[in-house]
Design a protein around this ligand. Structure first.
Ligand code: CTP
Ligand code: CA
Length: 222
């Protein structure tokens, strides 16, 4: 993929990304999480870097090495990811939400390890903040790119999500195709409609997304 970014389409731009899962503790040794390798988000961070951007990657727990030349901020929970993003969003030109954020956390995580008792415990869940929606709602906020991982009705569900969160660009993929794989097949959704991309490596998908978002960013800035 060397040379594809000779034009440095994101030169001078600050890009903030989220990647990986979040982990919501139940007690010190247990928790609720989403399945996410972080590969797509890390590939996008590298593609933005290669396009000349200054990149900050807010990452949930993954097994991946931090990309060279990218500032990585490690977080565990959705609330920590939210706080790390909101502290940096206003100073960013682009925000790309790739993380598989846990929608709920446990209301009162136990300080000590839960012991087995007679009856199975009941977990009380509370909703986590929607990081992408919060950034998209900022006045004069960054250009926002969202992801939608769906297991069915891909385009309908993803386009509804794009409208609801108010983001100009959303990347839709099927969980069956994307999860854990080095390849991905995505559809880009924007105001002009849907743009299906062929199945490619996540690095190649990332390059295609960066090209698309750089064009939209230029257009939106007149
Ligand atoms: N997202 C986020 N914060 C959350 C939940 C989701 O920033 N608390 C972001 C994801 O990073 C992704 C997009 O929102 O870019 C869509 O996430 P997804 O889980 O597909 O959508 P939800 O709005 O959570 O809806 P649902 O899980 O019910 O399909
Ligand atoms: Ca969700």
């Amino acid at each position: 993929l060397d040379g594809v970014f000779a034009d440095k389409t994101l030169a001078g731009k600050k890009v903030l990304l989220t990647a990986g899962p979040t982990f919501e503790p139940i007690d010190p040794v247990r928790g609720i999480t989403n399945i996410s390798s972080g590969k797509m988000g890390y590939a996008l961070a590298r593609a933005c870097r290669d396009a000349g951007a200054e990149v900050v990657l807010v990452s949930g727990p993954t097994a991946l090495a931090g990309p060279v030349g990218v500032e990585r901020v490690d977080v565990t929970t959705a609330q920590q990811m939210h706080d790390a993003v909101m502290a940096r969003a206003a100073a960013s030109d682009v925000f790309v939400a790739v993380a598989a954020v846990a929608d709920y956390r446990v209301a009162n995580a136990a300080e000590h390890k839960l012991k087995k008792q007679g009856a199975a415990p009941t977990l009380e869940l509370v909703e986590n903040p929607d990081i992408l929606a919060a950034v998209a709602a900022l006045p004069n906020g960054p250009f926002c790119v969202g992801f939608a991982a769906e297991s069915q009705h891909l385009i309908d569900f993803a386009e509804a999500k794009r409208q609801k969160k108010g983001v100009p660009l959303l990347v839709a993929n099927l969980v069956q195709t994307a999860m854990g794989s080095d390849a991905n097949e995505v559809v880009l959704l924007d105001d002009a409609g849907s743009h299906p991309l062929p199945i490619m490596t996540k690095d190649e998908v990332a390059v295609a997304i960066v090209r698309h978002l750089a064009r939209q960013l230029t257009a939106s800035q007149g």
